[in-house]
Design a protein around this ligand. Sequence first.
Ligand code: ZN
Length: 253
Amino acid sequence: MIQAIDILAIGAHPDDVELGCGGALAALRERGKTFGILDLTRGEAGTRGTPEIRARESAEAARILGATFRTALDLGDGNLRTDRDAELQVIDVVRRARPRLVFAPHEKDRHPDHVRASRLSVSASFYAGLRSLVREEPAHRPQQVVFYLSSFVAEPSFLVDVTDVFDRKVASIRAYASQFYDPLSEEPRTFISSEEYFLGIEARAQTFGRLANVRHAEAFVSNAPPVLADPVAAFEGYEPEDPAPRAGSRYPR
Ligand SMILES: [Zn+2]
C-alpha cells in the first residue's frame, strides 16, 4: 500500500535498489526516515527464478531493509517502456508516495533498462509536480533525484556511511536466493550469480568506504551539490591529500 514517505527508491528490476542503495536506505531508516521501493518491472526476463519467486524474494528484502512499502509496475523487463503511459504510471506513484528525495539508477550503466529507468525517474519526478497535469492525486515534486550506482563506477557527489547496516544490505541481497551466488543451484550461471559478483558487492562498498575512512559506504551522484549542515562533521576521519595524482577521475574506467 503506497503511502507518504521521505524517500522513494526506484529500480528497473527487483534487487536493483538493494544492490545500489540498500545500505543507505537501511541507514536512513535507523535515523528515523521512511522509504518506499518502486520496481519498474517484475524481473520476468531474468535467466534464473520466476516472477512469482522474485516477488516473494523482493517482499522479504524490503522487510529486511525496513521499507514502508514496496510496489511494482509492469513496464517490461528487457525492454523497459518509457512512453507517456509508462511515465504517467510512475507519476501516479510519485504523487501518492510524495517523497522528499528520489533514489534512481545512474544513467551510465551496462544494462539498458537501468539507463531508461534513470531517465524515466527524472522525467516522472519533474512532471509529477505540474499542477496542470490533472490526475487522481494532487501535484507533488520531490526536492531532487539522486543517482545510485549499479555496474559502472562514477565520481560520487556524496557518500553514505553504511558500515553499521552493511550486514542488513547483504541479507536483503541474499533474500534473492534465486538470483545470486548459490553453489548448490542447478540454474544457469549468469553475470550476477557468480561468486565473483557477490564478492564484488562488498569490495565496491569497501572501495567507497576507503575514500571516507569508513568500512563500508555507498556512492551517489547528484546534479546539484548537497548543502552540508556541518562540513566539520562531514569530513570526520578524512585526511588532506594531494589532488594532483588524481586529476580527473580517481577510478579506472
Ligand atoms: Zn537491474
